[in-house]
Design a protein around this ligand. Structure first.
Ligand code: ADP
Length: 218
């Protein structure tokens, strides 16, 4: 199964994609993680990404498209399929994707703005493995430490209030239209989440029921 998990920043895409990867097998690919890795390693590409990233803007299409092409052609993705988290975010990215692979289903997360702001401003991310926690809703077992790899938790530069607003604006303007582009072209799972207190595993169970109905697994 090749899927896109779609939704505004902070809608839970990354968390759900990780659980789906564990339960179903397709590899989670997060363009945000790819970009952060380049920035962290201070590579040539990372230096170019950093300004856009810190402002909450999208990095230019051609750079992300290149990085993604490379990743989906690797053997694990070819064998197991993949779940895209954070891609495509613009129509040109969606068009580029359609030239290199086939997507079978879109999982669309509908989440009200207040939850997004609340979630992102209390989000903490592992420096080492990228897993997200939340100091209100999804606390790590030990404060400041990742449950999975013992890495240090930090607040992403783009999870600061001024930048969050800009990311939501960018989403409305550039990314939402991508949904319209896909309407009628493929299967959709629509998922509503209006209670930030529900554990992600529980939400994923509901998504799995829908994926099953569509025949994506038995
Ligand atoms: P979120 O979905 O919570 O905004 P991400 O980690 O997916 O978080 O993205 C963080 C930032 O990385 C974005 O604000 C943007 O600067 C950059 N980014 C991630 N994916 C893309 C993409 N497909 N195209 C352009 N920029 C991207």
């Amino acid at each position: 199964m090749n899927a896109i998990i779609f939704g505004p920043p902070g809608s839970g895409k990354g968390t759900y994609a990780s659980i789906l990867e564990k339960k179903l097998g397709p590899v989670k690919i997060s363009t945000g993680d790819i970009i952060r890795e380049e920035i962290e390693k201070n590579t040539e590409l990372g230096k170019k990404f950093k300004d856009y990233y810190d402002r909450g803007e999208l990095v230019p299409d051609e750079m992300v498209i290149e990085a993604l092409k490379k990743r989906i052609s690797e053997s694990d993705c070819v064998e197991k399929g993949f779940i895209l988290d954070g891609y495509p975010r613009t129509i040109p990215q969606a068009e580029a994707l359609s030239k290199i692979t086939t997507i079978h289903v879109i999982i669309n997360l509908n989440v009200p703005d207040w939850i997004i702001i609340e979630r992102l401003s209390s989000r903490r991310t592992c420096k080492k493995c990228g897993t997200n926690f939340n100091i209100k809703y999804l606390k790590p077992k030990i404060e400041g430490i990742c449950d999975k790899c013992d890495g240090e938790l930090y607040q992403r530069d783009d999870d600061k209030p001024e930048v969050i607003k800009e990311r939501i604006r960018v989403y409305q303007k550039q990314t939402r239209p991508v949904l319209e582009y896909y309407k009628g072209k493929m299967q959709f799972v629509e998922f509503e989440c209006s209670d930030p207190g529900i554990p992600p595993e529980e939400n994923v169970e509901k998504i799995l029921v829908e994926l099953k109905k569509l025949g994506f697994y038995k």
